[in-house]
Design a protein. Structure first.
Length: 279
């Protein structure tokens, strides 16, 4: 059960589009989810708290445009980093065509009439995605056909040792149901050493950042949250420290969430933005 879990989780991404078809990755999460961890991490994506309207203006849903269907089907999260650019996870879009996906922005509620939809003109996958280990450099950029009228989030500039971070998205709540309103959760920072001990041989400390309650579990991102933001407070403002990437199951003690570490590749992101003529 231990290995290949990550792959199952990844398979869950595609299945997440069919909401409810992701039962395969589950095992004992519900029990963890209701248990309150010792710290004061109140809201949880697994079992947890809905984000308030406007709490994360840059948070977007990326969905498949299905022929004959009016609404796009959510499969991953993302963050607006410039009016016409979304940062997400490479594993979310590596097998997608730009014309088949769409970005929904402007509300935490996927059924809100206030949502704006933007088509995708181009997908840029990190050139070193999956190098030096599987899931390393798990980032991709979407160039949008039109500008979104939402506040972008700044990228973290330097790798840091954080205290607590927060993440948000429309992913699995822990019982194989998916919320209409985005959920958010506070997740304690996990050091590179602890994360490498949790997942021997799988964590590239350079390009990955881990978070979760190692001892108690109970707080985590989960399937369908991939691509979405891991945020840190910098002088009262949130900056983008990570991108939801992978983990074995969700919210389980000893199995933290792993995130792409934005500070490691923000220079490479800037290069792409420059190529695209984005300020
Ligand atoms: N790979 C998942 C997705 O595509 C995200 C998994 C995050 N897992 C975790 N335990 N934090 O949605």
């Amino acid at each position: 059960m231990e290995f290949k879990r990550k792959h199952l989780v990844r398979a869950g991404v595609g299945a997440a589009a069919g909401l409810g078809a992701v039962a395969l990755v589950w095992g004992g999460i519900a029990a963890n989810a209701v248990e309150s961890p010792e710290g004061d991490f109140e809201a949880q994506v697994v079992g947890g708290g809905p984000a308030a309207e406007g709490q994360y203006p840059w948070l977007v849903s990326i969905g498949d445009e299905l022929p004959g269907e009016p609404a796009a089907e959510h499969f991953c999260g993302g963050s607006v980093i410039a009016p016409n650019v979304v940062l997400t996870a490479a594993h979310c879009v590596e097998e997608k065509n730009a014309v088949d996906i769409t970005v929904l922005a402007g509300s935490v509620d996927l059924e809100s009439p206030g949502l704006n939809e933007a088509d995708v003109a181009e997908i840029h996958l990190a050139h070193d995605w999956n190098d030096p280990v599987e899931f390393a450099n798990d980032w991709a950029l979407l160039l949008l056909e039109e500008e979104l009228d939402v506040e972008p989030i700044d990228l973290a500039a330097d790798p840091e040792v954080y205290d607590v971070l927060e993440t948000a998205g429309w992913g699995n709540l822990g019982d194989d149901t998916y919320p209409t309103a985005a959920q958010w959760v506070e997740v304690p920072f996990v050091t590179d050493a602890d994360c490498q001990a949790a997942y021997p041989g799988e964590v590239d400390a350079q390009t990955m950042l881990c978070a979760g309650d190692l001892e108690h579990g109970g707080v985590d991102s989960c399937d369908g949250d991939s691509g979405g933001p891991l945020m840190a407070d910098r002088d009262g403002e949130l900056v983008l420290a990570g991108i939801v990437s992978w983990g074995y199951e969700c919210a389980v003690a000893g199995q933290p969430g792993v995130y792409a570490e934005v500070a490691d590749f923000n220079g490479a992101i800037d290069d792409v933005l420059e190529d695209w003529g984005v300020q």
